[in-house]
Design a binder for this molecule. Structure first.
Ligand code: UDP
Length: 491
């Protein structure tokens, strides 16, 4: 009879911050439940996350290991050192990057042949990992870092091909057969959903890649989704029917970092200083502004944001990615004496922010987000209302979930999705007046603002209940463990 402490799970994240962070969190959760975890990644990614994993090991004597496998960038046609989506010199390389993760297959198989105890299960959505699971005769669970709302809406659109029949990019169409009245325009769809652009700039067929990822999901034993049932129950149930069963909502995964300083080696500011700054602010008064790990913004757009935030009635923390904090922006900040002018009103973090800590601080009262799913869920879990500024990928879906379904946010008003890398073009230019207006509207203490805040807080509480012992996500993790145990006993 296999016992939990003999189960050895191999976790293989896609190499981007938005997969590595939640999948390391998932690893910590599984290790806390007694499982042995090996996380497969590359040397540069392992170096980024080693301290986090070491801390997890120290804190609870957890059995987690990061295994760095060499990633041959040259062979993949990528510049040396490109081991994460956020370090690609050009977004044109992203499909090549996704495809070339399969170069890890051979070294992974050699590693698994020697590993002790022998692997019991793989968690990964990378298409080639299904061959590895097959070779070692172990079950594979796919990981989904998007919502069931997005999974269901995309499925229904693809099934009924409604998006292929619209005449104009900005003509709205209804998503058929979903629990709410959800409208999209063609211009809001991710590039992979658009029929007119089936090939990437590198000649790789995007439809084929989408198909491979879908197949990897369908062929898995089950799907572990970073969401929680109470957030989107109707969509979870409907997607369960589509996927014929094993959809397990195990989030919000970031909540395993509640009240602990984690990923702190990655942050570009002294966390102590940042939290002290927040401590000086009134409860729920600060707006936190961050657009994730991949979006680029032009200096002129950044200046509009800066001026809009300054003119707004709220104190703010504003993250400017290191790559965007270029000479032009530095010069502008210096010439305007911007940081001095902001004293007591705004804090700029250049680089990486301790997002989960900031969001969960009592002084944080709003979040301006690009609607990446991790950020969305982190905002929900912290119980803060949001300003939605989607840019690319499935971010417009998340905007619709936040604003229309959950009613915990307001739109900044962008209408067109960008191919990743085109965010800097003029197409999504938001003026300072709009930034100011939307911040004032979100932070308003009037009836509508209060109602949004109440709903956000309620969802935050539900998120926390879901991961507590006996909560829905906790029980879904139990189902996953039982499933793997049963499989081990039968094989
Ligand atoms: N993040 C962070 N600090 C930053 C920027 C991002 O901690 O300064 C984290 C954020 O908390 C989230 C992830 O990076 O967990 C971003 O993932 P998301 O899906 O929101 O967006 P993406 O980066 O994929 O666009």
């Amino acid at each position: 009879m296999a016992s939990t402490d003999q189960i050895h799970v191999i976790v293989i994240p896609l190499m981007s911050q938005s997969h590595l962070i939640p999948m390391i969190d998932l690893s910590k959760i599984l290790a806390k439940r007694g499982l042995i975890i090996t996380i497969i990644t590359t040397p540069l990614n392992a170096a980024r996350y080693q301290a986090t994993v070491d801390r997890a090991i120290r804190s609870g004597r957890l059995r987690i290991k990061l295994v760095p496998l060499p990633f041959p960038c040259n062979e993949a046609g990528l510049p040396e050192g490109c081991e994460n989506l956020d370090s690609l010199p050009s977004p044109d390389l992203q499909t090549k990057f996704l495809v070339s993760s399969s170069l890890l297959q051979a070294p992974l198989e050699s590693h698994l042949e020697k590993v002790d105890p022998r692997p019991s299960c793989i968690i990964s959505s990378l298409p080639w990992t299904k061959d590895v699971a097959y070779k070692f005769n172990i079950p594979r669970f796919a990981y989904q870092g998007i919502s069931c709302f997005t999974l269901l809406c995309s499925h229904k659109m693809m099934l009924h091909k409604v998006h292929e029949n619209v005449k104009y990019d900005n003509e709205p169409f209804l998503v058929p057969d979903v629990p709410d009245k959800i409208e999209f325009t063609y211009a809001q769809l991710p590039k992979m959903m658009r029929t007119s652009s089936s090939h990437g700039d590198d000649g790789i067929d995007l439809k084929d890649i989408r198909h491979q990822f879908k197949q990897a999901e369908i062929s898995a034993e089950g799907l572990l989704v970073n969401t929680f049932e109470e957030l989107e129950l109707d969509y979870v149930k409907s997607y369960q029917k589509v996927a014929m069963g094993n959809v397990l909502c195990v989030g919000a995964l970031s909540l395993c970092n509640r009240m602990v300083k984690d990923y702190e080696e990655m942050t570009s500011i002294d966390e102590h200083y940042c939290l002290k700054w927040l401590d000086t602010m009134k409860p729920k008064s600060v707006i936190y502004v961050c657009f994730g790990s991949l979006c680029h913004l032009l200096p002129k757009q950044l200046i509009e944001i800066g001026k809009g935030l300054e003119a707004s009635n709220s104190p703010f923390i504003w993250i400017i990615r290191e790559v965007d904090y270029n000479e032009e922006i530095k010069k502008w900040v210096k010439n305007e004496n911007f940081e001095d002018r902001l004293k007591g009103k705004g804090l700029i973090i250049k680089g990486w922010a301790p997002q989960v800590l900031i969001l969960s601080h009592p002084a944080t009262g709003g979040f301006m987000t690009h609607c990446g799913w991790n950020s969305t869920l982190e905002g929900v879990s912290a119980g803060v209302p949001m300003i939605t500024w989607p840019m690319f990928a499935e971010q417009f879906y998340n905007e619709k979930l936040i604003v229309q379904v959950l009613k915990i946010g307001i739109r900044i008003g962008v209408e067109v999705t960008m191919q990743w890398g085109e965010e800097a073009n003029d197409g999504i230019y938001v003026k300072r007046e709009s930034v100011k207006d939307v911040v004032d509207q979100l932070m308003d203490e009037g009836e509508k603002g209060q109602e949004r805040r109440r709903k956000a807080q309620e969802l935050g509480e539900r998120a926390n209940q879901a991961v507590e012992e006996g909560g829905s996500s906790y029980m879904n993790i139990t189902s996953f463990i039982e499933h793997v145990k049963q499989w081990c006993n039968l094989n």
